[in-house]
Design a binder for this molecule. Structure first.
Ligand SMILES: Cc1cc2nc3c(=O)[nH]c(=O)nc-3n(C[C@H](O)[C@H](O)[C@H](O)COP(=O)(O)OP(=O)(O)OC[C@H]3O[C@@H](n4cnc5c(N)ncnc54)[C@H](O)[C@@H]3O)c2cc1C
Length: 287
């Protein structure tokens, strides 16, 4: 199917984009990498009268370490995150997750901020952002504000951004010594969206985990943090009994949607499998 006709303006600056969004309201939509938006236009799931192209804002692109923070500009491409030595060093979770995002051609065009702003519960970056306790920098005509990732994702394709606001950057605390990160997902074919995925990070001392975050993708309407399973795993050194307790807690707290190929029980089984594998890697049983 072809997209309906629309007007197109390449915004010259963020201020220009904010003016266009204020002027055109719901009739306008910003486009960054176009890897989601163009598909929704072609399928006629979205019919904006005007596309405002923000891809030319060079200041919103790039990866840098500023003090104890890794800052990733919203317009940074997925493949730039994937190849970045700074990301590999300071947020290895992202480097592990990147190859799971679609295929190379999509990662070369799609943007880090576009995936966060779109807030697809099956996307990798939102779950990673919550696991890494990231802060999202939101820009608007009146200035900037910062929102924690856990508060940014508010439901299916819904974020804390207000009409007229744009995502400018993502700030991630750099990895501290003793912290390990692990990303894994299960999908029907490589490049497909995950049936279930897990972004995990913890401070690890031997078999003891603390400050553990287990954040699942594709198992709810937003990134889902499994706080009861986290508590079970942090109640003492990880052993078989604690893993079984965390497994039971996880299955009780998750509330995934059934879809065309996977029942609720199957998704819980996949989630528990991902959790057991992630914990094993975090405590280096299988490394
Ligand atoms: C075949 C295929 C497979 C894919 N598989 C995956 C996958 O496995 N995992 C995954 O995460 N993604 C996947 N994607 C989506 C891809 O990662 C997109 O690049 C990403 O979701 C959106 O980024 P974009 O820059 O392309 O955004 P666009 O398509 O340009 O925009 C997407 C939406 O976000 C809004 N938006 C974009 N940037 C901003 C901003 N800075 N501030 C506010 N709003 C903004 C737009 O208005 C639009 O509503 C896939 C896409 C395709 C076509």
């Amino acid at each position: 199917m072809k997209s309906p006709a629309f007007d197109y303006i390449r915004a010259e600056s963020p201020q220009h984009a904010f003016e266009l969004l204020a002027q055109h309201g719901d009739d306008a939509r910003v486009i960054a990498g176009g890897q989601t938006l163009l598909a929704t236009l072609n399928m006629r799931l979205s019919q904006p009268a005007l596309l405002v192209d923000i891809a030319g804002f060079d200041a919103w692109r790039g990866i840098a370490v500023e003090g104890a923070t890794l800052r990733i500009g919203a317009l940074t491409r997925h493949s730039e995150v994937e190849a970045s030595p700074l990301v590999a060093q300071h947020a290895p979770l992202l480097a592990q997750a990147a190859p799971h995002i679609g295929h190379r051609a999509i990662r070369n065009l799609g943007t880090f901020g576009g995936a966060l702003a779109y807030a697809d519960p099956a996307a990798e970056w939102p779950a990673c952002a919550v696991a890494l306790d990231a802060t999202l920098v939101i820009a608007g005509a009146k200035g900037e504000r910062r929102v924690k990732a856990a508060d940014f994702f508010q439901g299916l394709y819904t974020t804390a951004m207000q009409p007229g606001e744009l995502l400018k950057a993502c700030e991630i605390p750099v990895t501290a010594e003793g912290v390990r990160q692990d990303f894994s997902e299960l999908s029907r074919r490589h490049g497909d969206y995950a049936v279930a995925g897990l972004a995990a990070r913890a401070e690890v001392k031997g078999r003891t985990l603390s400050d553990l975050r287990l954040v699942f993708l594709s198992l709810g309407d937003r990134p889902v943090r499994a706080v009861k399973a986290e508590a079970a795993l942090q109640s003492g050194a990880v052993d078989a009994a604690r893993l079984d307790g965390a497994d039971a807690a996880l299955r009780a707290e998750l509330d995934p949607f059934e879809d065309l190929t996977h029942s609720v029980a199957a998704k819980k089984q996949l989630a528990a499998t991902l959790m057991r594998r992630a914990v094993a890697r975090l405590i280096e049983e299988t490394r």
